[in-house]
Design a protein around this ligand. Structure first.
Ligand code: PA5
Length: 471
């Protein structure tokens, strides 16, 4: 579908980051202009690395013509043959599919009758809790299920153990036909999954080398699951491309993702080490989860490129408007001055619900009557924004004209670029995750995996746990 770009343009409102609005804890125009060189250096870094090294993701909106056609055809076949579609993956191989599915499908998609869904029921299994695996197997019929195993490394223990469980069940039930129930999305050149896929004859999609997990939603990792549930993946890519083009300006005041990165960078330098992501739309609830991984794994780093120990990064927190007004906003208005709150606002919801009349005798309730929930949710967002402003707290708002494939593509690209710019400002490697490796290696050692004997010895020499500290 072709979207009108002007009508669907994402807007970034940073009024309430500024000292003029919120007072002493805000950022001044002078601070912004003094950081202009920092912004330019970050912009230049991103431009020079586009499509190279681990920045292959910048080109995904431009270079996937044939892949998209293959995905659309595969998705159509899946819809014709299967009642369930299950993603097996974790981290960047799961959060993108979850967030896009929830943003662009019916909020109770799996509960709809098939005649309305017109596509398989959809599950993303991103944990290895045995109860969850057992529960999944209780609600799906594996003989009517397509499993999409997604792992770039082709080695992640969680995903590979899920794969082994599922393929064993499928083989026992279906014999050689089992291979038609598994699609592997993985690296073309490395890892075990591609070797298994080739040997077994699975349909495969590739994750490009320069696309890391948390930057992979716009490649087959996200596009195939989205297409299966009839999400307009071309619209998603068009929106991402539009945002990418909007961000090709080298001055922060003209480049929304660069400005968003610069403001977070300045705020971080002033001790705001928490980034709260608070969409005011249930459909965007899981976008906050996706953002949390992107921001945390990309920017939480011990050393910078110069080898200095920096221990940087903001702790991302997911929050949902209005639900978390009744849970977290007390802390945001009165707790420590260490947070930046990012609201995501939606101008036009896809449904309109009117609160009926009928409370005339109760003035404290009656003021709601005749209004819409649409008006109420957006009014509460404006009111919360005001409460934070009055308390001198930093906040900004990303505004989507509505939630559709195009605006969601814009939003994903906005966050990816913001993250890359902010990482460049911090002079860190945005695209690695060395802090995750230690836990993975310790798991291998504890599982007695060959090659991890030294790690096992290291673990054995860790401080003993003392009973006196367990009560
Ligand atoms: O962003 C990342 O690189 C990670 O979160 C990975 O996506 C996650 O560890 C899963 O890796 P893989 O896709 O190799 O199974």
């Amino acid at each position: 579908m072709a979207y009108n770009k002007t009508e669907n343009k994402l807007r970034f409102d940073y009024n309430n980051m500024m000292a003029k609005n919120i007072g002493e804890h805000g950022i001044t125009d002078k601070e912004l202009s003094s950081a202009a060189t920092k912004a330019y250096i970050a912009f230049d870094y991103v431009e020079r690395h586009r499509g190279k090294d681990m920045m292959g993701w910048t080109e995904l909106p431009y270079n996937q013509g044939e892949i998209v056609e293959d995905i659309l055809k595969t998705a159509k076949d899946i819809r014709a043959k299967f009642d369930y579609f299950v993603v097996l993956g974790i981290g960047g191989s799961a959060l993108g599919p979850i967030s896009v599915f929830n943003a662009l499908n019916h909020l109770h998609y799996n509960d709809l009758p098939k005649s309305k869904r017109k596509a398989p029921k959809f599950y993303v299994e991103d944990n290895i809790d045995p109860e969850r695996m057992a529960a999944l197997l209780d609600v799906i019929d594996v003989e009517k299920t397509m499993f999409n195993v997604i792992t770039k490394s082709g080695a992640t223990s969680e995903t590979m153990s899920q794969y082994l469980i599922i393929s064993d069940i499928l083989k026992k039930k279906l014999g050689p036909d089992y291979k038609n129930h598994i699609i592997a999305t993985t690296s073309e050149n490395s890892g075990n999954l591609i070797k298994i896929a080739r040997k077994e004859g699975f349909k495969t999609f590739y994750i490009p080398d320069g696309v890391g997990g948390r930057f992979s939603e716009l490649c087959p990792v996200g596009l195939l699951p989205a297409a299966v549930t009839r999400i307009d993946i071309k619209g998603l890519l068009d929106g991402a491309q539009y945002m990418d083009k909007l961000c090709k300006k080298d001055t922060a005041s003209k480049n929304p993702a660069l400005m968003a990165a610069l403001l977070q960078y300045i705020a971080m330098r002033k001790g705001n080490n928490v980034s709260v992501m608070m969409p005011y739309a249930d459909s965007l609830k899981f976008i906050a989860d996706w953002y949390c991984q992107l921001w945390a794994e990309s920017l939480g780093k011990a050393v910078d490129y110069a080898g200095n120990t920096v221990n940087v990064g903001q702790t991302p927190v997911k929050s949902l408007g209005v639900t978390d007004q009744h849970s977290q906003v007390q802390l945001y208005t009165e707790g420590p001055f260490d947070k930046v709150i990012t609201f995501i606002a939606v101008d036009k919801f896809r449904s309109e619900v009117t609160i009926p009349e009928g409370a005339e005798e109760y003035p404290n309730v009656n003021f709601l009557c005749g209004a819409t929930l649409n008006k109420l949710i957006n009014t509460e967002r404006v009111a919360t924004e005001y409460a934070l402003l009055k308390a001198g707290r930093l906040s900004n708002t990303i505004i989507l004209p509505e939630v559709n494939a195009f605006t969601l593509g814009e939003l994903l690209m906005f966050f990816q670029l913001q993250t890359a710019y902010c990482g460049a400002m911090l002079n860190i490697n945005t695209f690695n995750q060395p802090g995750v490796e230690e836990g993975k290696n310790a798991t291998y050692a504890l599982f007695d995996r060959a090659g991890y004997e030294d790690k096992k010895k290291e673990l054995e020499s860790r401080p003993e746990k003392q009973d006196k500290y367990i009560i």
